[in-house]
Design a protein around this ligand. Structure first.
Ligand code: B16
Ligand code: MG
Length: 254
């Protein structure tokens, strides 16, 4: 009888060890690609997810590119896709400073403001054609699944146009809260936008996963103490813990 009890205790101890080993394998933050090495869902690693907007939830990054291209052309400044990628996640005003690196001469603050308004007007015109149809069905489905699982979902975007964009996509009331270009002093790579997003839903950085397409955004997540899943342009950023080939790969992480 006593021998039988020891056998059961031993078996339980062994099973516990196996479970701990699996959790450690899955949660190892130094792992470069946990998705491909995923061992099985044991527990939810995060309580919240903070989504970047442009280039993650929607393809407005293409509209930013088009608007900046037209703006640069109007000033006779060279601009291309490589330069555009440096603007991802960066505020409108800081983006202009990067574009002006190739400007011959010095631009007054009044003229800069005029150029910023010009760019935003073109961008807003491009947004006019956006509708609920521009929300990728797999993005919508993934967001709904994450919400059903009880995760707090927030936006962490540098854009001052984030709220109208979400409304156009039919996501105006979907997220638990929104942190965007209208409530921050410093844009990515500063972590402020993500720290505010986490605080809005009473979570700590350790509880949240950030989803980002910009190197500046991945750096911001890292600086704030958040784990990050990188997609698109930033997919190979070594500061990100996960790579997302598809948006729905988020479901393999949490
Ligand atoms: P706006 P995200 C960022 O949004 C864009 O990536 C970046 O290209 C843009 O300059 C910035 O928002 C400001 O946008 O001109 O609309 O205020 O990627 O952080 O969602
Ligand atoms: Mg982005």
């Amino acid at each position: 009888m006593i021998g039988g009890q020891w056998l059961i205790i031993g078996k339980l101890f062994f099973l516990t060890l196996v479970k701990i080993k699996k959790v450690v394998t899955f949660t190892n933050p130094n792992h470069s690609s946990p998705i491909t090495n995923y061992k099985g869902k044991l527990t939810m690693k995060y309580k919240g997810i903070i989504f970047d907007l442009d280039g993650v939830i929607c393809s407005t990054d293409d509209y930013h590119y088009e608007a900046w291209q037209k703006t640069a052309d109007s000033l006779d400044i060279y601009f291309d896709k490589v330069i555009n990628n440096r603007l991802r996640g960066i505020s409108r005003a800081e983006s202009l400073e990067i574009i002006l690196e190739r400007y011959d001469g010095k631009m007054s603050d009044e003229k800069k403001q005029e150029v910023l308004n010009y760019k935003n007007d073109i961008y807003l015109q491009l947004l006019e054609k956006m509708s609920i149809k521009d929300l990728d069905p797999s993005v919508k489905k993934t967001l709904e699944t994450l919400k059903e699982k009880g995760l707090k979902l927030t936006i962490g975007s540098s854009s001052k146009n984030a709220k109208p964009i979400l409304k156009k996509l039919g996501l105006g009331d979907f997220f638990h809260d929104i942190s965007d270009g209208t409530n921050i002093q410093r844009s990515k790579p500063h972590p402020e936008v993500f720290l505010i997003a986490a605080a809005l839903v009473n979570l700590t950085p350790k509880d949240c996963l950030v989803i980002e397409d910009a190197h500046a955004g991945v750096e911001a997540a890292h600086a704030g103490g958040f784990d990050c899943a990188a997609i698109g342009d930033a997919i190979d950023n070594p500061l990100a813990q996960y790579k997302l080939n598809e948006f729905e790969d988020i479901l393999k992480i949490i």
